[in-house]
Design a protein around this ligand. Sequence first.
Ligand SMILES: Cc1c2[nH]c(c1CCC(=O)O)Cc1[nH]c(c(CCC(=O)O)c1C)Cc1[nH]c(c(CCC(=O)O)c1C)Cc1[nH]c(c(C)c1CCC(=O)O)C2
Length: 360
Amino acid sequence: MSFAPLKNDLILRAARGEKVERPPMWIMRQAGRYLPEYNQYKGSSDFFDLCRDPEKASVITIQPIKHYPGLLDAAIIFSDILVVPQALGMTVEMKEGAGPHFPDPLRKPEEVDSKLNFNPDVSKELDWAFKAITLTRKKLDGEVPLLGFCGAPWTLLVYMIEGGGSKMYRFVREWIYKYPQESHRVLQLLTKTCIEFLALQVQAGAQMVQIFDSWAGELGPTEFKKFSLPYLLEIAEKLSLRLKELGLEPVPMTIFAKGAWYAVEDLCNSNYNTISLDWLHDPAQAVAQVAGRKVLQGNLDPGVMYGSKETITAKVEEMIKGFNGGKQNYIINFGHGTHPFMDPENIGWFLEECHRVGSL
Ligand SMILES: Cc1c2[nH]c(c1CCC(=O)O)Cc1[nH]c(c(CCC(=O)O)c1C)Cc1[nH]c(c(CCC(=O)O)c1C)Cc1[nH]c(c(C)c1CCC(=O)O)C2
């Protein structure tokens, strides 16, 4: 597949550990409900119908790039981590204002074989995702790189068993402590599916990928090492091999294990290029610990967007200073995604200030 040459490859250079003129930036959930143009374009459409329509997904992916001209250094394809459980045969709905909902979650180990397809044809089940990536890459015309992504096996298992967001994670805890073997069986299926999904995203045009382990922090260090880390490591290892098999160059890989502050050392010994940090990390401490072995991404508390412009400026300065001025081994991001209530103007101010402070 041939696409226009990149006019801005800052994030790819930073992810390879090169020195850069300023730290690149993008924001988790940069496309979404805080943008009035998203709400207008979405209207009463179903969220997953938008994802599955390559034309619509590409328009939404590019909305933040247009809203903040020259400020974002990457686009991330508009989709969701829950399209993988869908590809395995589960029904997932997005309830307006209430988040994802599985009407028929996995609750008993004996349901695994009847509810999940252990031999999914990823290229067929998720073909709309690949079409959306290729179309978006064409429309971006080299302006900024396009990121692909998937959910981490552990986080996907949480959703499939809990059936949606959760406060207590009662059912998935029952699984790992009562049915560890069956949990591992599903985690293995998810891992295999994620590797193929990411490889085919790269084949379709994704130039960098991120794995979202949003609920990693629900696991303590011992359980993280059992139920999440091995699968994260396997994805990073096997994705490169699968890309080689497909005749494709490797792409930078980012891991976001939210809440798993204890995992930094293990992730330093992985094949990931970039470790995305939430705001529970002190940047300077993380920089000292990682010592140039990996690129770090993050980590502003998204809640800073509810503060004044002066506060945003002060927090940007503190963050970039913590990451050593940001001109090497650093990608600016929030520590988690945007919220629907955020003021797009404050987010614009954040980006401008990152541009200014990062260029000093
Ligand atoms: C856990 C998770 C999900 N989805 C995702 C994660 C991992 C990142 C994270 O931890 O936030 C990943 C995701 N979801 C979405 C993207 C698109 C790209 C981007 O970042 O701009 C990405 C990368 C769009 C979305 N995914 C969703 C929306 C809002 C849906 C709507 O328009 O109604 C968007 C724009 C829905 C979604 N999808 C999910 C939840 C919990 C929700 C509801 C959240 C809410 O109510 O805001 C599952």
